[in-house]
Every structure is written in structure tokens, then in C-alpha cells.
Design a protein around this ligand. Structure first.
Ligand SMILES: [Zn+2]
Length: 90
């Protein structure tokens, strides 16, 4: 199985931010907006593909998360700001 590790990082960080950061408490979190935020974040990040056997991936690659943390945070925050101002629905 091949997956883009950035997708895991973005999803993780997005969930954390939406759950804990009051600045984004009013943001729309419907599936459409979450997908838009994910897509926009991932488009601004270089993909990092890894192979995984069920569940084993996360321990092995967890150091990568620290390495890419700053980029992921910037990408997610920019996407959050953008999507909150340009919703794809009413
Ligand atoms: Zn929405």
C-alpha cells in the first residue's frame, strides 16, 4: 500500500486545530469544506509517499512529522483561512 504521508499529517493537524483552536471555532466543518481544506493544504505541500503494512507505518515514520511540522502547519492555516472566506456552498 502506498500513501502520501503528508495527507496523514494534514488530517491530523487539521483535526487538532479545529478541536482546540478558538480562532477557528466558527469555521464550517461540513465534509465539503473539510475536503476543500485538505485539498488546498496538500496542493501546497510536496507529497511524501511511503509504503505501509497495516498500522506499522506510524511508528516508523513518526519522526517525519516533526521534520515537516512547520510546513504542514503553514499549509493548513493558509487553507483554513482561504476556505473560510471562499466557501463552495451557501
Ligand atoms: Zn461547509
Amino acid at each position: 500500500m502506498v500513501l502520501n504521508y503528508m495527507e496523514v499529517c494534514v488530517k491530523d493537524y487539521l483535526e487538532k486545530t479545529l478541536n482546540s483552536d478558538k480562532n477557528y471555532a466558527n469555521i464550517c466543518t461540513c465534509p465539503q469544506c473539510l475536503d476543500d481544506i485538505m485539498a488546498k493544504s496538500l496542493n501546497s505541500l510536496k507529497p511524501y509517499y511511503i509504503t505501509s503494512k497495516k498500522g506499522e507505518v506510524f511508528a516508523e515514520y513518526s519522526s517525519l512529522e516533526k521534520q515537516h511540522n512547520a510546513e504542514v502547519i503553514t499549509a493548513v492555516i493558509n487553507a483554513l483561512e482561504f476556505v473560510s472566506k471562499h466557501k463552495n456552498h451557501n
